[in-house]
Design a protein. Structure first.
Length: 163
């Protein structure tokens, strides 16, 4: 945790600019968009006028330990919105197991793409659930980062930077 705050404290921009970037990154990191977290966080930060480096840092919330939890939680949350089938639970476990395997990145991307192509209904549940699960952590990360940056960033770096 200290390492993350150390990285954030080196960023330029106003506290709101940096906090917006972190919030975008955390939101994207929680969504089930594994192979594209960094790219999506960067692009969303660009459109939402947040710090791009902060968005990439925020996306670090997704890691080999948290990703299985995010996928399982996303599926459960999405299942509350849609009808659930018992056989889908096995399918979701299979994608989590695939992501935990020590396979080359492109093999994982291929496996995820194949899974979602063959299980479109499950994919929608996981995606919808991930969006739902990402909202509260994004808001909390915005508030925490804003407080941190307002307190610890030097005042000369608090000006708004929109690149």
């Amino acid at each position: 945790m200290n390492k993350i705050f150390r990285h954030i404290s080196t960023l330029n921009g106003s506290p709101r600019y940096v906090a917006r970037g972190v919030a975008v990154g955390v939101f994207v990191g929680i969504t089930p968009t594994i192979p594209f977290h960094t790219v999506l966080a960067f692009i969303l930060a660009l459109f939402l006028r947040g710090s791009k480096p902060a968005a990439v840092i925020g996306a670090w919330v997704a890691n080999p330990l948290t990703i299985p939890l995010f996928y399982a939680g996303s599926y459960k949350a999405g299942s509350f919105l849609f009808l659930r089938s018992v056989s889908e639970r096995t399918d979701v476990r299979s994608i989590v197991i695939l992501l935990q395997q020590p396979l080359p990145f492109l093999d994982k991307v291929s496996g995820v793409n194949e899974f979602f192509f063959n299980n479109v209904d499950v994919a929608w549940k996981i995606l919808a659930g991930g969006v739902i699960l990402g909202i509260i952590p994004a808001v909390l990360s915005y508030a925490i980062t804003l407080k941190f940056c307002s307190t610890y960033l030097p005042t000369k770096e608090k000006k708004e930077i929109d690149i």
